[in-house]
Design a protein around this ligand. Structure first.
Ligand code: ASP
Length: 344
């Protein structure tokens, strides 16, 4: 739908440092009342868009994030989808890349922006990074072309850059530049002007109607390889009751030990119907099974290639696909296909 009036943006507050205050007794930061938070930013009135707000009843530190919260966020956006041109989600930075990845899979045929942002310092702090993040995220969510939203995907805005959400990872607990998108360039850079790389945006077919999948299956695990990994521990994990899929963080281009016990364990897990996704521990680059002898057997076993996906996107994609009841013989192809621009 095309409109000539000011873009309408829904600001959704889920919690995170951006809205936190110091607890007087303990000195620790905890989530605070959202309406008070907005008073700290009178500049919002000056933006060329209409802003409405919605706050979660119990704002959380994002370390408490879980698939139920993701479903709540998705339902909130779905309920308001027709009334707004874009959505800005205020969220703690600790698990923001997981949430942005999860929501990217939950929303199929998105035709409006969902932009996650937050901050490293509370909005009330003198040196806060929250104002720039919030104001520019709203401005970017308001961008339109011929009366329709310019961005039609789930993004993450932090410290002057807009990234595809499911390509990001948090790399810094100290600096304002907390996120990177190691295998995909940034979509927008904020300087004196907004530098917009529209050729990198995800294109969706305007004819297809929005579909929101709120059901995710968390019978999954992440296993990070390390020299000396213990057979008993690995056996116990792979035999966990109800486990359906794992993300295996391997070395380099997707390499793992060639020891018999290790490959036999993987083989019997796969025979039982478990899905194993191979992602690399390296920050940059892609899994390429078969490039080295140390990954050739894994390829033969039918292990799924995560290519250049982040661990955050891999685990949420696994949760999403497991809930789709995909026939076993089609699962590998489904995972190895890019659904929302999350892999090459
Ligand atoms: N612990 C906080 C959170 O993720 C950190 C932040 O907001 O940046 O909720």
């Amino acid at each position: 739908m095309h409109s000539l009036s000011k873009p309408k943006i829904l600001l959704i507050y889920t919690g995170g440092t951006i809205g936190m205050r110091k607890d007087f007794e303990t000195g620790a930061l905890k989530a605070f009342n959202f309406s008070k938070l907005l008073h700290s930013i009178p500049e919002l009135q000056l933006l060329d868009c209409e802003i409405d707000t919605f706050s979660f009843e119990n704002p959380i530190d994002s370390s408490d994030m879980n698939p139920e919260h993701w479903a709540d966020m998705a339902r909130t956006i779905e309920k308001n989808y027709l009334d707004f041109d874009g959505f800005v989600v205020l969220h703690g930075s600790d698990t923001m890349s997981y949430s942005a990845s999860a929501l990217s899979f939950m929303f199929e045929n998105l035709s409006k922006p969902i932009i996650f942002t937050g901050s490293q310092l509370p909005i009330g702090d003198l040196r806060t990074d929250a104002k720039e993040n919030l104001i520019t995220a709203i401005q970017i969510a308001s961008l339109q072309e011929n009366g329709a939203p310019l961005i039609k995907e789930v993004c993450l805005y932090f410290e002057y850059k807009l990234y595809r959400g499911n390509r990001t990872t948090k790399i810094n607990a100290e600096h304002f530049r907390a996120f990177v998108s190691p295998n995909y360039p940034f979509l927008v850079e904020s300087g004196v002007h907004l530098k917009i790389n529209s050729d990198l945006f995800l294109e969706t077919n305007a004819e297809d109607s929005l579909k929101v999948n709120t059901h995710l299956d968390n019978n999954v695990a992440i296993i990070k390889m390390f020299p000396g990994i213990n057979k008993k521990v690995l056996t116990a994990i792979l035999n966990s009751e109800g486990l359906k899929g794992i993300v295996l963080e391997t070395y380099g281009a997707g390499n793992a030990p060639t020891e018999g016990w290790f490959l036999n364990l993987l083989q019997s897990a796969i025979n039982k119907g478990l899905y194993i996704v191979n992602v690399t521990q390296c920050a940059i680059g892609s899994v390429s099974m078969g490039q080295y002898e140390t990954s050739t057997t894994m390829k033969k076993l039918g292990i799924i290639s995560g290519k250049d996906i982040t661990t955050e996107a891999a685990i949420t994609k696994l949760m999403y696909l497991l809930a789709q009841n995909i026939p076993q013989e089609d699962f590998k192809i489904a995972f190895e296909t890019s659904l929302r621009g999350e892999m090459q």
